[in-house]
Every structure is written in structure tokens, then in C-alpha cells.
Ligand binder design. Structure first.
Ligand SMILES: Cc1cc2nc3c(=O)[nH]c(=O)nc-3n(C[C@H](O)[C@H](O)[C@H](O)COP(=O)(O)OP(=O)(O)OC[C@H]3O[C@@H](n4cnc5c(N)ncnc54)[C@H](O)[C@@H]3O)c2cc1C
Length: 497
């Protein structure tokens, strides 16, 4: 018998909505607190840069119980994703659980001695109130606290009329018109903004990045949607995974020449298709060594604009500002009116008490989370959306379904605290020693191991149905409708009392 809990879901992005849906479906009383004035998280219109669209194809960027509308394009725009989320919240009554303009400023164990947490909630007017919850789902994402970069000479650059902004505040394309725009960063946001600045009539556009990285076009070879190559089980199986048996290791060793040829073939295709030699943008790293959540999609138009000089690419970083110029680490001087810092976000859960932060994150920044969702030393607490990937909505949905069962003691494989700690150590070893690329973003990225991760979650949940689809199934990307069926095949229960 499971008693209903009062659950606080922190954050109303994709993950918060998934958590609210999963907990409320099981009979829990849910409050979603969101510090912003709207739901959607990174897809909130006020936070989106112009022309933003998903990197993930639409059927890989959806909840298991709601497809994106048929008339959406393969890669929906930011406003379309926001509309999908708003509609999802309304359809399942999640909007009625939502408290907007309410930030979690701190949390502590409950003072009344009962299990759970007391949250300090701050309203828009600054008033803070304490509220107790039996369980907390942290769904604050990885893209909330913009990283900062301050270089010498910044004050002088600003004083003579220059502008410096983080990519998350580049929301008005007109500010590029007629100006010299310098974008710092090599992520998809950086290339999106550089391309947008060219299209918006910027006088000059420069992109400054550390080094060239592999970028994946929406259609590999101009023909095949990348989901049919990069999201499939067959491709995933070419990466050595964690906890591999001796037989699996031997199989990988035997297949090594074929695997090597597969990656060299893909590199050659990308070099030819994107004209990387002509752009002087051939990465030094082997493609297979760097596959993780930071592999960006190639913004359409980016390489052609680099090739014909509309975007100037410089390798390095900002060293200092000098009058109306930015001097690069390699000494090059670039005239600038606007500097856009597409340098990412700080990871973290700042409102978690220091003693618990230490249990959550190791000194090297690696997160200690079992299945990237829970830590046995952080009671009545779970994380949704910390298992980020190339199909984050599906990840969040499955994590939310896992978490509610974990919180209710209803997982088919309900782990002991010791089993969780052992598994966390094994995974940390994998990320630190066996595959360092898996350690990016604090180790909170499941790509390229989507299927492996989902298989573990489904086995824990106890789904009866888990079709792999035979040989053909190895060449299919994850299917959200299938996961809806798998979830429906797990033992049912509801909190009552
Ligand atoms: C431009 C862009 C494009 C992307 N495209 C893709 C894609 O195509 N495919 C993909 O898989 N991923 C993509 N991502 C990654 C994206 O972050 C995830 O897909 C997903 O949107 C994350 O959702 P989330 O709910 O976990 O986090 P968020 O969307 O960041 O939501 C977290 C919410 O928590 C709130 N919050 C934070 N702190 C507090 C607090 N203290 N109190 C109250 N509320 C708080 C925030 O205001 C925010 O609304 C993209 C990211 C960006 C920035």
C-alpha cells in the first residue's frame, strides 16, 4: 500500500512536466514551482534566440503519451515546442499544479521530524515562505545559470558603445543589423547565432572557437536523416559500454576493423558533404572518441558561409578587449560592436544545502546519481532530466516514471542503498577511466548509450513487454510509442489513503 505524498516538482520545463505527470498519475499531490513567468524552460519564448529549432527530430523529442502535431516539421521551431509543452500541461491538468514566479531559494530537512524537505520559496516580490513536502523532484535542467567570461578591457569596450551578452539573451535579431558581431563558442547555439547574424544583415560576423569539432548535418550525405544512423542500436553497440562481459569485450575486439572502417567512412562523408577541408574545419579528434551530448548539429548554412567568407572562423578564445576590438588568444584583433558569449551554462543545484551538495557532486564535478536519477544518501529526493541526451524528452519521461516508482518502493528491481552506491562507483570509473567522453557535463549525458540506458530503466520498472524488434530493430531509432506500451505493461499501482 502506497500513501499519497505531497511532492514538489522544481522547474516547469520538459522534465518538470514529465515529473508532475508521472507523480500525479500515481495519485500524489503535486505542486510545480517555476521561477520564471511561463512554463517551457529553455523553450520559453523570452529565453529563446531567433530561429531556434530542435536538434532532435520530432518523434525523438516527445513524451511517450503525446506525439507532436502532424503538421510540425521534422525539426520543430522553438515556438512550436513551447506550444506542444503548453498543450501537454493543459491536457493533463499540470497547469493547475503550477506556481509561476516562484523560485526555490533553499531547502533543508523538515523541522517536524517527518521524512521530506522544507523548501524556501521566494515570490517575485521577494517575499520568502517555507513549505514542507514529502518528496522533491529536482527538474532544473542544465541550461539555467549562464556561464560568465570577463576579460581585461571590458569596461572600455562597453564605454565606447560595445555590447556584450550571453547567447541566452540574444533574442532580438535586429541588434545584429549593420554591426560587427563576434560570437564566442562552438556549440549549436553559437553557429545558429552566427548564421542568424549574417541573415539579419550584420556588417561582419566572426565565430571564435577553441578547435573544430565534428558536426552532424540533418541529412547525412544529403539524403539520410541522421536519426537513422546515429540513434540506432547497431551504432550504439559499436561503443564499448559499461560493465561489459568478457564475451562482449571479445566481440568488440573481433569487430574492431569493421567498426574502425565505419567511423572513417562517416568522417569521410562528413568532410566531403560539409566541405570541411575548404573551410579549414577538419577536427583533430576521431569522431568516435568524442560522441556525447556536446556533438552539435550543423546549422544549415554555417559551413557554406564559412567557405565563402560571410562568417570568419578564428580558433582560440578572447584574450582581452581593446577599444572597439577584441584581441584573441592567438593575437588576432577583431573589430566588434557586439560580442555574443555562447559559452554555455553552469551545472549545479545551488539551493541544495552544502552537506548534500558534497554527496551529490564529487570534487571533479562528476555527479553521483544512480541511473542519473537518485542518490541513496539524498533521501526523498530525485532528479529528472539529468539524464540528458539527444532525445531528452523521452529520457525525462522514462526517468520520471522510474522516479515515482522508486519513491514509492514500487520498482521491480528496487535497489538497496549499497547496490546503488556500488553501481555509482562502477559508472564513475567508466566515465573517468574507460570512456572520458562520457564524463562531459558532470557525467550527466547518456548519449550515445540511449538504448542501454532505456533498457536499464525498463528492466528496473518491470515492464513485461520489451520488444527489440529482432535484427531490424537494431537499425531503428528509439520509438516513443513503443516505450508507452512498455510502460503500460509494468505492474499498475496507485497511492491511496
Ligand atoms: C537552444 C536549445 C536547443 C535544444 N535542443 C535540444 C534538442 O533538440 N534535443 C535535445 O534532446 N535537447 C535539446 N536541448 C537541451 C534541452 O535543455 C533539453 O532538451 C530540455 O529542454 C531540458 O528540459 P528541462 O526541463 O530538463 O530543463 P529546462 O528547460 O532548463 O527547465 C528547467 C526549469 O527549471 C526552472 N528553475 C531553475 N532553477 C529554479 C529554481 N531555483 N526555482 C524554480 N525554478 C527553477 C527554470 O526556470 C526552468 O524553467 C536544447 C537546449 C537549448 C538551450
Amino acid at each position: 500500500m502506497v500513501s499519497p505524498k505531497h511532492v514538489c516538482v522544481i522547474g516547469a520545463g520538459i522534465s518538470g512536466l514529465a515529473a508532475a505527470k508521472a507523480f500525479s498519475t500515481r495519485g500524489h499531490h503535486v505542486t510545480i514551482v517555476e521561477r520564471s513567468g511561463d512554463l517551457g524552460g529553455v523553450w520559453e519564448p523570452a529565453r529563446s534566440y531567433p530561429d531556434v529549432q530542435t536538434q532532435s527530430p520530432k518523434e525523438l523529442y516527445r513524451y511517450t503519451d503525446r506525439a507532436m502535431p502532424d503538421d510540425y516539421p521534422e525539426w520543430p521551431t522553438g515556438p512550436q515546442v513551447h506550444a506542444y509543452l503548453a498543450d501537454y500541461a493543459k491536457s493533463f491538468g499540470l497547469d493547475r499544479m503550477l506556481r509561476l514566479n516562484t523560485a526555490v531559494a533553499g531547502m533543508a530537512r523538515r523541522a517536524d521530524g517527518r521524512p521530506g524537505w522544507s523548501l524556501a520559496l521566494t515570490a517575485k516580490d521577494g517575499a520568502t515562505a517555507k513549505e514542507d513536502f514529502d518528496f522533491v523532484a529536482i527538474c532544473t535542467g542544465q541550461f539555467n545559470e549562464p556561464r560568465e567570461l570577463h576579460c581585461p578591457g571590458e569596461d572600455g569596450f562597453l564605454a565606447q558603445g560595445g555590447q556584450i551578452m550571453h547567447s541566452s539573451t540574444y533574442s532580438d535579431a535586429s541588434l545584429a543589423k549593420g554591426r560587427r558581431v563576434v560570437v564566442l563558442g562552438g556549440s549549436k547555439s553559437a553557429t545558429d547565432i552566427a548564421v542568424n547574424a549574417v541573415k539579419s544583415g550584420a556588417r561582419e560576423v566572426t565565430i571564435v572557437m577553441r578547435e573544430p569539432v565534428w558536426r552532424i548535418p540533418y541529412f547525412i550525405g544529403g539524403l539520410v536523416n541522421f536519426k537513422r544512423i546515429l540513434y540506432i542500436r547497431a551504432q550504439e553497440e559499436m561503443f564499448p559500454g559499461w560493465g561489459a562481459s568478457a564475451t562482449a569485450r571479445l566481440a568488440l575486439r573481433l569487430a574492431a576493423p569493421l567498426i574502425w572502417a565505419n567511423w572513417r567512412g562517416l568522417e569521410s562523408l562528413l568532410k566531403a558533404q560539409l566541405k570541411l577541408n575548404r573551410c579549414k574545419m577538419v577536427p583533430a579528434e576521431r569522431i568516435e572518441d568524442g560522441v556525447n551530448c556536446s556533438v552539435p548539429i550543423a546549422t544549415p548554412g554555417f559551413y557554406p558561409m564559412v567557405a565563402d567568407g560571410r562568417i570568419k572562423a578564428v580558433f582560440g578564445s578572447f584574450d582581452h578587449y581593446d577599444g572597439d576590438s577584441i584581441v584573441m588568444s592567438g593575437g588576432e584583433r577583431i573589430g566588434a560592436d557586439v560580442a555574443v558569449l555562447a559559452i554555455g551554462y553552469k551545472l549545479g543545484v545551488p539551493f541544495l544545502p552544502a552537506a548534500y551538495q558534497q554527496k551529490l557532486v564529487d570534487a571533479d564535478g562528476q555527479y553521483r546519481l544512480y541511473r542519473l536519477i537518485a542518490n541513496p544518501d539524498l533521501p526523498e529526493l530525485g532528479f529528472v532530466g539529468f539524464n540528458s541526451s539527444f532525445c531528452t524528452v523521452l529520457c525525462a519521461d522514462l526517468a520520471a516514471n522510474w522516479l515515482v516508482r522508486y519513491a514509492d518502493g514500487q520498482l521491480a528491481n528496487q535497489p538497496t542503498a549499497q547496490a546503488m552506491r556500488d553501481n555509482i562507483e562502477m559508472m564513475l570509473h567508466f566515465k573517468r577511466v574507460e570512456r572520458p567522453a562520457a564524463g562531459v557535463y558532470g557525467g550527466l549525458c547518456v548519449a550515445p548509450y540511449h538504448y542501454r540506458h532505456f533498457d536499464e530503466l525498463m528492466a528496473d520498472i518491470g515492464t513485461n513487454e520489451q520488444k527489440r524488434g529482432g535484427l531490424a530493430g537494431h537499425f531503428q531509432p528509439p520509438n516513443a510509442d513503443d516505450y508507452a506500451k512498455f510502460l503500460a505493461s509494468a505492474p499498475e499501482y496507485r497511492a491511496t489513503g
